[in-house]
Design a protein around this ligand. Structure first.
Ligand code: ATP
Ligand code: MG
Length: 368
């Protein structure tokens, strides 16, 4: 998987800019607030998953513009594909692949990317939302149907939460509660199956990487956690649905009292342990970082196994956050695919990676 060329118009702080990337390491350097992360965001958008920074497409459009486009030639499975994304204020995005209009889900598997930013280093110690995001972003890129289920789920969740929150002032809202609870359970059942199978693959891929990384001293384990009544998260969706409904019935009064949804895939988590101890509680900062890196590198391996090619690896400012040994480990692992690395200084990283260097200044990209 490779981005050969990308052209941005009215995208964030880019007016009109085109850049051609090399097939291996590309170092994107420049001072703060020049457009480095914006460029990675544009590449990430080609995967069909939403932006890693915002839920609102309108934020992608330049302040003085009415629309933005991201046009890219990507190499996918040895075939060149042209992807064009159009964002307009107040309208939904438009995706075209080789000139034909497509739903965003058509990009799943066509273009894949794994993003790695300093926040990911806190993946282990943070709340469960970060770990659910990791699963959702990865699965959305690999499975065309997943992003749509997730989007339905989020809408149902918002509606149900509103009902539970406002029902005391407006009891008539309760007439719609069962319908939303049912929809939420159906979406949750489908998400749980996808997440369970992704988590199992992640566990398998991350363990040997982490073993290597820790010099054989640490065993990393990743276990998917979901609604307590679900006995097998990989069972048929209908079975999971019934088990979620049982949980929901048992917690109906508690939901009304709390004014919150207490049952569903929004409470899922990945339980990560190192040598049998819960990493969130017991891992040192260094161990947690190493585990986070292992998980991110494992994600890249899963994409490779799934599509036959390494995804584009986007390293946003992350290398400067790592000590020498961890930098070395990451840099030794990124061969075989295309990588875009942003940093504020290029000398050191470009010398070490032999990468092609681009400098970004105020929405202009110069190749060196
Ligand atoms: P850093 O090294 O600090 O991470 P960066 O080069 O990664 O900097 P970006 O996050 O890419 O910087 O942002 C560059 C600039 O783009 C910021 O100054 C920001 O205000 C601007 N920007 C963000 N969104 C828009 C938009 N919709 N329209 C115009 N400018 C925008
Ligand atoms: Mg940045």
């Amino acid at each position: 998987m490779r981005v050969e060329r990308i052209a941005l118009s009215g995208f964030r702080n880019y007016d009109e800019e085109t850049v051609s990337f090399g097939p291996a390491v590309n170092v994107i350097s420049g001072p703060n607030a020049q457009g480095k992360t914006n460029l990675l965001e544009a590449v990430y958008l080609l995967t069909g998953a939403h932006s890693f920074r915002t839920r609102f497409d309108k934020e992608l459009i330049g302040f003085d513009c009415d629309w933005a486009t991201v046009l890219a030639d990507v190499d996918s499975g040895g075939r060149s594909q042209t992807i064009r994304l159009l964002f307009r204020r107040g309208q939904s995005r438009q995706v075209t692949v080789n000139g034909a209009k497509k739903p965003s889900s058509a990009l799943a598997g066509l273009m894949t990317a794994v993003l790695f930013s300093p926040e990911d280093l806190y993946l282990i110690k943070e709340g469960a939302a970060a770990r659910r995001r990791l699963m959702d972003n990865a699965i959305s890129q690999l499975r065309p149907g997943y992003a749509a289920i997730l989007s339905d789920f989020n809408k149902l969740y918002e509606n149900k939460t509103r009902i539970l929150r406002d029902q005391r002032e407006k009891p008539s809202l309760l007439t719609a509660l069962d319908e939303f609870s049912d929809g939420l359970a159906r979406c949750s059942a489908r998400m749980i199956r996808y997440r369970a199978s992704f988590a199992a693959r992640l566990a398998k891929a991350a363990a040997p990487i982490h073993r290597d990384f820790s010099g054989g001293k640490e065993e990393l384990s990743v276990v998917y956690k979901t609604v307590s009544t679900v006995t097998d998260p990989r069972a048929p969706a209908e079975v999971i649905y019934e088990q979620i409904m049982a949980h929901q019935r048992a917690h109906r009064q508690a939901e009304l009292a709390a004014g919150q949804c207490l049952t569903g895939a929004h409470k899922d988590d990945l339980e990560i342990s190192i040598n049998g101890q819960a990493a969130r509680s017991f891992a040192s900062q260094g161990q947690a970082r190493t585990a986070a890196l292992s998980i991110k590198l494992a994600e890249r391996e899963i994409f490779k196994a799934e599509t036959g090619e390494y995804p584009v690896l986007l390293l946003d400012d992350v290398l400067s956050e790592l000590d020498g040994a961890r930098q070395e480990f990451v840099l030794n692992r990124i061969g075989g695919g295309q990588t875009l690395i942003t940093c504020c200084e290029d000398e050191n990283i470009s010398r070490r990676t032999g990468g092609q260097v681009f400098t970004v200044r105020d929405g202009r990209i110069m190749s060196q």
